[in-house]
Design a protein around this ligand. Sequence first.
Ligand code: SF4
Length: 347
Amino acid sequence: MRDLSNELLDWYDVHARAMPWRVGPTDKKAGVRPDPYAVWMSEIMLQQTTVAAVTEYFKRFITRWPTVSDLAAAEDAEVMGEWAGLGYYARARNLLKCARAVVADHDGTFPADHAALLRLPGIGPYTAAAIASIAFDLRHVVVDGNVERVMARMFDEHTPLPASKPILTEHADRLTPQDRPGDHAQAVMDLGATICTPKSPACGICPWREPCQARAAGTAPELPKKTPKKAKPIRHGTVYLAQRNDGAWLVETRPDKGLLGGMMGWPGSEWVDTSEPRPRNAPLETDWIKLDGEVRHTFTHFHLILDVMVANVSNAEPERGFYLPRDQFRPSDLPTVMRKAFDLAQK
Ligand code: SF4
């Protein structure tokens, strides 16, 4: 039987993508080992986010907090501010919790054990498998969207996702070798990201073109099949941007639980279904001006449309929130939806 993994690893040895958290095949052969802290951080950042979006954030985090102990000792607000714009903010809170657990329970060293990794905050089965495999070269099956696509095509699997996940995982498992499982996992991901791409796979230069069943059947571009998703509902709400005469902005820290938890934002209303009246709930009584235009933002489960109200205020005491002095206010500390409101107000 052909050794499909070896064929792929030969390709990976030449074509591996360079990433700031990755130890490439040449360095590995020279004895360099991956840093589990860097692998873990990249995997948390990459959940629901692309490599291109993560790269600059990763470099900033690693420069500012070079070890897990440095990160564990950071202030929550510093980390949340550095994460702003990357989205899915529960990840940032879990990042801190996990760093502190690694320091408190594992002497500042990530455990080289899948079950122990899984017990850490913010690490689910996929992330535990990825860290165990990539950082420690333990044989675990790593299946992300790229791997699912490659497996569906290699085995011409037409059952739609998500029902086909167990079948695709079995295929990925059978192909995972005992030797270099971490490189194998990264090689399949790279193949999916660079050659076996969603719309137009470059089968002509693929290291798996001969055994690939979908290429032979001419079905590659239509795989993997997916069960259609329900349309996302639309919600709406209002945010209030008040600036005091001395330049300070009225902001609030959002509750830890819930969307954008722990992030800085503008005081605002609930976000409600569009069938309900536009909610207001201003943080203080003043002459608010409603801006032309609106903020549109899409979260995982709904689209959001926000009215933006602005006001200049003297020293009015707000019912909620606090004034942040002008020299401490950094728009880059705002999550993207709040940043959009700020940008609209600057136009
Ligand atoms: S031959 Fe084509 S469809 Fe098959 S794995 Fe390679 S790029 Fe994907």
